[in-house]
Design a protein around this ligand. Structure first.
Ligand SMILES: Nc1ncnc2c1ncn2[C@@H]1O[C@H](COP(=O)(O)OP(=O)(O)OP(=O)(O)O)[C@@H](O)[C@H]1O
Ligand SMILES: [Mg+2]
Length: 284
């Protein structure tokens, strides 16, 4: 990983009526990072992605993509990114190939290049046999993969994915994870939004936790966990439990031995970090 900044956000602010959807979001994402934007429903994840990828305007603040200010150099900024939106926006009446061809035309790509890229990318996502199949006839997991292939067609350096695994079965989810890991291993920067803790924990080298438009914490999953305390002690009382955090198993056991109720000592996870910082669970 280099230290070149791929995405720079400066004080992004967005209101919908009286609701603050993004509250002065400032952060830098470095080239080659697999960056996670973790937050519950309504946290502001899609709002952030839409602003960064120029689909929506912020009320104030700045976005730089690959060094280009999106308001001053929108075309250059846009050419350096690929976007997989939260909702499936493929043309169901067209084949997989036709959907990709349309995207190539929108990006003014040469026909020969488009056809080469289609062959390459369909092989990359293991869907070569679906090239001439109508998109409406393939599974939801395949549609997601096709959206990823489409986002990569014009060879962007940065890929944005807005909750790409929501609603998929475990197998399809795993396939999407594999594709994202492969893309990132080719030094492409990934910006992934998710409300799945394990997705952020397993895939991302750095995570921003957001809640109600605010950036709560940012760091590697390991560091965020260490900051809260690597060992969690759950103390059960009646139907409820309280969690306490410690630096080591010994400290947790020592404290637990003095408490009333059933105790459980375990490793802290990102869900705990989220709960500890926001008082909310990230899951629906
Ligand atoms: N066009 C809009 N008009 C009014 N309010 C909106 C609009 N878009 C989003 N919001 C509100 O802004 C807040 C942030 O929404 P956003 O879609 O960015 O959240 P999210 O983190 O992507 O959530 P989800 O996990 O449900 O996709 C929510 O309270 C939402 O209701
Ligand atoms: Mg969303």
């Amino acid at each position: 990983m280099t230290e070149k900044i791929a995405i720079s956000l400066k004080s992004l602010y967005k209101k919908y009526g009286s609701l603050i959807a993004l509250n002065n979001l400032t952060l830098n994402i470095f080239e080659g990072e697999f960056f996670g934007f973790l937050g519950p429903n309504g946290a502001g994840k899609t709002t952030a992605i839409r602003i960064i990828t120029t689909a929506t305007k912020s009320d104030s603040g700045q976005v730089f993509l690959n060094g280009f200010d999106i308001s001053k150099n929108p075309i250059k900024a846009k050419n350096s990114i690929g976007v997989v939106s939260q909702y499936i926006n493929l043309d169901m009446e067209l084949t997989c190939k036709e959907n990709l061809v349309v995207h190539g035309m929108l990006h003014n790509m040469k026909k020969k290049k488009v056809l080469e890229r289609i062959d390459y990318l369909l092989d990359y996502i293991e869907m070569t046999d679906k090239i001439n199949v109508l998109v409406g006839k393939i599974s939801g997991g395949m549609q997601r993969k096709l959206m990823i292939a489409r986002a990569l067609l014009h060879e962007p350096e940065i890929l944005f994915l807005d909750e790409p695994t929501v609603g998929l079965d475990a197998h399809s989810k795993r396939k999407i994870w594999d594709v994202m890991v492969k893309i990132n291993s080719e030094n492409k920067t990934i910006f992934l939004t998710t409300h799945y803790i394990e997705e952020a924990e397993q895939l991302c080298n750095r995570v921003a936790i957001i809640n109600e438009g605010n950036l709560i914490e940012i760091g590697s999953p390991e560091n965020l966990i260490k900051k809260v305390g690597a060992i969690a002690l759950d103390v059960f009382n009646h139907d409820d439990y309280t969690t306490y955090f410690f630096g080591s198993r010994e400290e947790a056991l020592e404290a637990g031995s003095k408490m009333e109720g059933k105790i459980m000592v375990r490793e802290t996870n990102l869900e705990d970090v989220f709960l500890n910082k926001t008082g909310r669970r990230v899951k629906d």
